[in-house]
Write a protein that binds this ligand. Structure first.
Ligand code: P5A
Length: 477
């Protein structure tokens, strides 16, 4: 579908590599004639289907899926003051139906709080209705003015998974925030993407939230990418939209809420964290093609080899493995290149000598070569694929750790931000954050960072010396 010419730039030239890979691996076509809107190639969409299949399955354990309208009437959109301030410059408005001006302008949802909460006001009656946990996977529109990038900063977010929950008390909502973080951590663990959890500073929280917890990863160029956020909304929206419940004593109370979201940035991270100089690398669970069988037909045994290859294909497919046979009339080398670019997790080569030996050659996308006996094909392939995800997780974890460095002095801070993310101690004062940003040219990304095994962070604020908390400073997408 995408014509191939030239070569993929090396991953060390990350921006060029990313843009090139998107079309060479047939993920997104960026030629759609509206800025910030892109088209999923079928191969990219198949990756999305597997990733979002997992997300849906995980959400369904404790939430119910729903679907709300795309259009939001102006009077609802304009109800929550903070929320309006945060989004009004990013909203697309529908003002006409045909030639008629609409009585009420309609916003294309940039996110769905103001679509969902008026209905929650009708649905929530009593404490017995709580907790309420719904989610939807929809497109949303944001008139982004920063540089747009496929899968990273879109004007039509095509794969916005947003959850909206309602609880009796502030503490119940806080527990839900932690539960949501745990879901997102598990989700990214399955994608073999290491993440850092931190609390956004006051000035960077979601408009209308009490506080915002962000999930970030570090991209190969050392910049962070926010790949999920969880917001404690307190009772701000419930007061605005009159979401009330009758408590056990019969009194009317305002509810407490949370919301949290993930977009196709999850797929940008998946591609960027794992890919290499030869193209896409995917944990097998998410690869549209888990195994590609490549016949190595030599001379007069060609038919025999093709027959053996199609038997292998059948065996794999029967076992539920997403397998393909590439019997195109091309050199094997050209086929290896083609499937490596598209992230096939494993290739199986079969030629006359393999048939005689009752074996096939298997080579994983990360370069693990082995031989599998034909009569143990399915278990052999399953074993080899099983090891891939674990290897990718280790490699990605090491990369993340190499990009994050504790800093106790200004010199260390500047050096760490030059290569990735610095962890410093920060007291929480805006002045000190301004100084941290000024000396580095980066931003204070998050505080109360949950860093697991990355230790060695001093306790005194790097700027003023008073008590501080582990804080990330870096450059963000
Ligand atoms: C939470 C879900 C919200 O909108 N309302 C419902 C809340 N939060 S958010 O932080 O604004 O967005 C959630 C996540 O979506 C990703 N994201 C984007 N992805 C691609 N293009 C964009 N323009 C874009 N804007 C936000 C981020 O990962 C963010 O954390």
């Amino acid at each position: 579908m995408a014509e191939e010419e030239g070569a993929l730039p090396p991953k060390s030239d990350f921006s060029a590599w990313y843009n090139d890979l998107l079309w060479r691996a047939e993920i997104m076509d960026v030629r759609y004639p509206v800025k910030g809107l892109y088209v999923w190639y079928p191969h990219g969409f198949a990756i999305r289907r597997h990733v979002y299949g997992l997300l849906r399955e995980m959400m369904d354990r404790s939430h119910q899926e729903t679907l709300f309208p795309l259009l939001i009437p102006e009077h609802e959109f304009m109800k929550e003051a903070e929320h309006i301030k945060g989004f009004e410059d990013e909203v697309y408005w529908v003002t006409h139906g045909g030639k008629d001006q609409l009585d009420v302008p309609l916003a294309l949802r940039p996110t769905s709080e103001t679509a969902i909460y008026p209905m929650y006001a009708l649905w929530v009656r009593s404490h017995a209705d709580l907790p309420l946990r719904l989610y939807q996977i929809v497109n949303t529109f944001r008139y982004e003015t920063k540089h747009t990038r496929p899968l990273i900063r879109l004007r039509e977010i095509t794969s916005f998974k947003e959850a909206h929950t309602v609880h009796s008390t502030w503490n119940d909502a806080q527990e839900q925030v932690e539960a949501a973080i745990a879901i997102y951590q598990e989700f990214y663990d399955r994608l073999c993407i290491p993440v850092i959890v931190s609390k956004r500073p006051e000035w960077d929280k979601f408009p209308g939230a009490d506080y915002t917890i962000a999930i970030d990863t570090v991209m190969p160029d050392g910049k962070t990418l926010q790949i999920g956020t969880v917001h404690h909304l307190g009772d701000h929206f419930s007061r605005t939209f009159s979401i009330m419940y009758e408590d056990a004593l019969g009194a009317q109370q305002y509810a407490h809420q949370t919301c949290y979201g993930i977009s196709e940035r999850s797929i940008a991270a998946l591609i960027s964290v794992h890919g290499d100089d030869r193209g896409l690398v995917l944990p097998p669970e998410f690869s549209p093609v888990q195994v590609v069988v490549i016949p190595i037909p030599i001379g007069k045994r060609k038919d025999e080899v093709l027959l053996a290859a199609s038997r292998l294909l059948e065996t794999l497919q029967k076992a539920g493995i997403r397998a393909r046979l590439d019997d195109r009339d091309l050199r094997p080398g050209a086929k290896y290149y083609y499937w490596e670019m598209r992230g096939a997790a494993l290739r199986i080569e079969i030629g006359p000598r393999d048939i005689d030996a009752g074996m096939v050659v298997s080579v994983t996308r990360t370069g693990q070569r082995s031989q599998i006996p034909v009569d143990q094909l399915v278990s052999g392939v399953t074993d080899v694929l099983g090891g891939e995800a674990a290897r990718m997780k280790v490699r990605a974890g090491e990369m993340l750790r190499s990009r994050i460095r504790p800093a106790g002095t200004t010199d260390e801070l500047v050096a760490a931000v030059g290569e990735g993310v610095a962890v410093v101690s920060w007291c929480g004062e805006k002045n000190c954050a301004d100084s941290l940003e000024e000396v580095t040219g980066g931003s204070v990304l998050g505080t109360e960072a949950r860093l697991g095994d990355i230790g060695g962070i001093p306790t005194a604020c790097l700027i003023c010396g008073s008590n501080g908390k582990a804080t990330l400073v870096g450059r963000a997408y």
